[in-house]
Design a protein around this ligand. Structure first.
Ligand SMILES: [Zn+2]
Length: 334
């Protein structure tokens, strides 16, 4: 049975959040921000965990250095006007959206304005990206690439005709590495990188950085993967003959990742800006890696990551600046 249909998948709900007291919401988020002290606030300035609670303002004051802080200060939610309950609701709605959540949906679900919902979703993606597990992969790893962009709109309307619209969106390639879980053959961990073309140098760089030498790497017949045979036990699948090689070789985890990405691209995001491509692909990688987790665990994980990640450089004052973030995650990672 599809995991999402089982009772194990649903351990949390909007109803449950509505029934929580303000104190319970705060306690839950505190346990996610400060897991090492089981939710006891720790001063972000000096690391001291002895604090006064300023009840009227939901703030804390450090007994050692006097610094005043809140549950969200110094995190990705820094200076956000969202209530703690709204943050929890957004985390749950995000966790429940197996194929990704659009800013327009969050806007209607929560009653936010479009800017806030757009920024909050990008901050969650930033939290995922900055907290990726990049431990070198071992065992069996699939590698493949997917092209995104490069299409010119069909010249039906006068404004789309070539003389007025000759600039296609840049064509980029997402390379994915999917480590198989030996227990069930599904995804254990997925890493993605955006490159300009699916060429050998870029592939060797990415695989060499994240996969230990000697591991088994599965790839299709694309020539860019040929040279991996020097460092890895390289197995190929010829897609002209079928989705599986004679020995069962396949890159089905990569295919699954890419087909899910297309659903996000065409169903939710619609227009993928090149500078955000890597964080969108990384979001789908995370969703696949966690597809057997219950929804409370995913909610806790994403909000915990956001609450333990420092203030956003890319999205701070985004709408005041109007020009957009000058350093997107893609550039930062390059
Ligand atoms: Zn302090």
């Amino acid at each position: 049975m599809n995991f999402l249909l089982t009772s194990a998948a649903k351990t949390f709900s909007l109803t449950a959040i509505a029934e929580m007291s303000d104190e319970q919401v705060e306690e839950l988020l505190k346990s996610l921000r400060w897991p090492e002290t089981e939710g006891r606030p720790v001063c972000p300035e000096c690391g001291c965990d002895a604090v006064y609670v300023l009840k009227t303002r939901s703030q804390y004051r450090c007994k050692r250095c006097g610094h005043t802080f809140s549950l969200t200060s110094g995190t990705l939610f820094h200076s956000s006007k969202l209530s703690l309950r709204t943050i929890l609701q957004i985390g749950l709605l995000w966790a429940n959206a197996a194929k990704g959540k659009s800013a327009l949906e969050i806007r209607r679900d929560i009653g936010l304005n479009h800017k806030s919902s757009f920024v909050i979703l990008h901050k969650l993606r930033e939290a995922l990206f900055k907290n990726r597990d990049v431990t070198p992969m071992t065992g069996s790893v699939e590698a493949d690439g997917m092209h995104v962009g490069g299409a010119i709109r069909h010249a039906n309307l006068a404004v789309d005709r070539p003389e007025q619209n000759t600039k296609p969106t840049p064509r980029l390639c997402v390379i994915a590495l999917c480590q198989r879980n030996p227990a069930h053959g599904g995804a254990l961990r997925t890493l993605v990188r955006v490159v300009e073309t699916e060429r050998a140098a870029a592939i060797i760089d990415f695989v060499g950085e994240h996969v230990v030498q000697g591991a088994t790497v599965y790839a299709d017949e694309h020539a860019g993967y040929d040279r991996l045979a020097a460092w890895f036990d390289l197995r190929r699948v010829n897609h002209k003959r079928g989705y599986r090689g004679d020995g069962g070789e396949n890159i089905n985890l990569c295919e699954n990742l890419f087909s899910r990405f297309r659903r996000l691209q065409f169903g939710q995001i619609h227009k993928v800006e090149p500078r955000y491509l890597e964080v969108y692909a990384n979001e789908i990688a995370y969703r696949i890696d966690t597809c057997r987790w219950d929804n409370k665990r995913i909610t806790s994980d994403i909000l915990g990551k956001a609450l333990r990640t420092g203030r956003s450089e890319s999205w701070r004052g985004y709408w005041r600046a109007k020009a957009g973030p000058d350093v997107g995650p893609l550039q930062a990672a390059a």
